[in-house]
Design a protein around this ligand. Structure first.
Ligand code: FA5
Length: 340
């Protein structure tokens, strides 16, 4: 019996030394410790042994040795498997603490939301509109036929298929009139594009917010009331504005609404091209031809429209001297809006 126990001890050690995986280890465990394994066989053989007590102690000693060795090997295989997993998944560690800072809303987003809130409170709906439009939407439906000199003011970027990047949010007027008919109160913020040189108050990509109100008996007084309310709500302080005649083929009469430059207080600086005033929100009574083109009954309805320069409004509201900062992607500038 002693010789057989010694033989099994050696064969177990040899098998363990050759073992390369958890699965192989399990096979060894079954072979030695399983119901029909070597240890069980030794126990059965005890019947024929004279000194059962001594032989039983030797078998139990071997069994304990084998159990401990298998447990240790099992632990090593498991640890190695985890290490291999971590090595192969080195790109993502859910427990790793990162120092990444949170972002913030862009100042144009903040300004847009604020103006939208003001108009929502006055019963306007907020409409979304495409950035790519066609010639009809951007010009013809707005009483700007081909070769009209007003087109010179708004050169843009054309696609091969003849479509273009919209130069102003007025490009949505016709579609919105056709969609809702009259009466109508809507604002539509959006990105606009112009092929022009940039300076402190001109960008080639900027935001406007169009507004339209069409109903019975709408007059210039309504227009002035809504413009005043919007500006006082957005700035939360008295801002000096001036209204002067302006020409746009899609309104009659038309006005330019300028804001006193908040950067220099009206003294003149690069942000206002040294005039002390910044063109902010042209507006006017919608031209009857534009209403008709939108399917509105001009015998019954009149309306006003305005085209607020949202990017310029954000300049004046937040004291940004150069409009180009907004598109610069400079985190140093943009992170200043985190607390707003
Ligand atoms: C228009 O775009 C007209 N569609 C506005 C309008 C709507 C008039 C409805 C009447 C009725 P204008 O080209 O002036 O007009 O632009 C309107 C405003 O957009 C300007 O006052 C200015 O605040 C802003 N804006 C225009 N061009 C630029 C630019 N290159 N960079 C930044 N802001 C600009």
């Amino acid at each position: 019996m002693k010789a057989r126990i010694e033989e099994l001890r050696l064969s177990f050690k040899a098998a363990l030394a050759e073992c390369k995986s958890g699965a192989e280890l399990e096979e060894i465990r079954i072979a030695y410790l399983g119901k029909k394994g070597h240890i069980a066989e030794l126990m059965k053989g005890l019947r024929d042994v004279a000194d059962k007590k001594e032989a039983g102690q030797l078998i139990n000693g071997l069994k304990t040795e084998i159990e401990a060795a298998i447990a240790e090997a099992d632990e090593q295989f498991k640890r190695a498997a985890i290490e291999a997993q971590v090595r192969s998944a080195k790109k993502y560690n859910p427990t790793l603490v990162t120092e990444r800072e949170l972002g913030s809303y862009h100042p144009i987003t903040l300004a847009t939301r604020e103006v939208c809130d003001v108009f929502l409170g006055m019963g306007f709906t907020v409409e979304n509109f495409d950035e790519i439009v066609d010639d009809y939407q951007c010009f013809e439906a707005l009483n700007i036929p081909k070769h009209h000199p007003a087109r010179d003011m708004q050169d843009t970027y054309y696609l091969d298929n003849g479509q273009l990047l919209k130069t102003h949010t007025s490009a949505a007027q016709n579609s919105i009139m056709k969609k809702y008919g009259a009466p109508l109160r809507a604002i539509f913020p959006g990105r606009c594009f112009r092929n022009e040189s940039t300076d402190a108050c001109h960008e080639n990509t900027f935001f406007q917010m169009e507004g339209m109100m069409i109903d019975e008996n709408i007059s210039i007084s309504n227009l002035i009331y809504f413009m005043k309310t919007m500006l006082s709500e957005v700035f939360q302080r008295d801002v000096k504005v001036r209204l002067r005649p302006g020409f746009f083929p899609f309104v009659e009469p038309g006005f330019e609404l300028d804001i006193n430059c908040a950067i220099c207080g009206g003294e003149g600086c690069p942000s206002c091209k040294n005039s002390g005033w910044l063109e902010l929100c042209p507006c006017g009574m919608i031209h009857p031809r534009v209403l008709e083109e939108g399917g509105i009954d001009t015998e019954k309805y009149t309306g006003f429209a305005f085209g607020l320069g949202l990017t310029r409004l954000a300049m004046m509201k937040y004291g940004v001297k150069d409009i180009r900062d907004f598109n610069s992607g400079s985190l140093k500038s943009l992170s200043q809006f985190k607390s707003i």
